[in-house]
Design a protein around this ligand. Structure first.
Ligand code: NI
Ligand code: MN
Length: 228
């Protein structure tokens, strides 16, 4: 599985012939590593509806004629726009011919921020376990630390996990380090930091701290990728 970091919480995940994008916040992200119109994917996966995650989801789904995989509430809005969606709820999973997406808990806000500036109910925020072939990537979404992350680590073999470290809106680096010790992932990738001054953090320092705990991390710069 190849995991390319496109900045903020956006990842392009490729395995075998499948490509999916998670939380495609590109156009209004000053650090984005790809233009929305260049994204070629089989699905758009959303953890929640905040603008820095919903981002270019509609345009990418329209251009690729692919579904948006998200909460029931976000999918209702997607359907109203004439686009395809696959809804999934906390603890539930959906299967595709290319793999599986399972929603996990996340403790965060629920708004769906629309392009016109309105905010409507976006359902529960989530993390996602994205399995393609024999590989699983855990994207924690925006969340604070919670004890059931231990269960996610116990019940799944995670090849890689992306954790927010920006603090303020999500876990900060210290709590993300605790999460990493619980998840048993093969590789940890920090996200949701340095996009804006309010979430400035040192990703390389976090990876060094992981190494002191015997854990492997990669602070990818936007555009960089890693294979797991
Ligand atoms: Ni958010
Ligand atoms: Mn966010």
């Amino acid at each position: 599985m190849n995991i390319q970091y496109l900045g903020h919480s956006c990842f392009l995940v490729q395995h075998e012939d499948t490509r999916v994008i998670i939380d495609p916040f590109l156009t209004h992200n000053p650090k984005a590593a790809m233009k929305a119109e260049d994204v070629q994917v089989d699905a758009v996966i959303l953890t929640h509806g905040h603008g820095d995650h919903f981002g270019d989801a509609l345009d990418i789904a329209r251009k690729n004629d692919c579904p948006i995989v998200a909460s029931y509430e976000i999918c209702e809005y997607v359907n109203e726009q004439g686009l395809k969606s696959v809804s999934v709820g906390l603890g539930g999973s959906v299967k595709f011919d290319w793999g599986r997406v399972k929603q996990t808990l996340a403790f965060h806000g629920t708004g769906l921020e629309l392009p016109d500036g309105r905010t409507i109910n976006g359902g529960n925020p989530a993390g996602v376990l994205v399995t393609i072939g024999d590989k699983t990537f855990y994207h924690a979404g925006d969340t604070g630390l919670f004890g059931d992350m231990k269960l996610i680590g116990e019940l799944n073999r995670l090849d890689a996990a992306a954790l927010p470290i920006g603090d303020k809106f999500t876990m900060g680096p210290e709590d993300a380090l605790v999460a990493a010790t619980w998840l048993n992932a093969g590789l940890y990738i920090p996200m949701h930091y340095n996009t804006f001054p309010a979430i400035a953090q040192d990703g390389d320092q976090w990876v060094s701290n992981l190494a002191e705990c015997g854990l492997r991390g990669a602070a990818l710069k936007p555009g960089e990728s890693v294979s797991v």
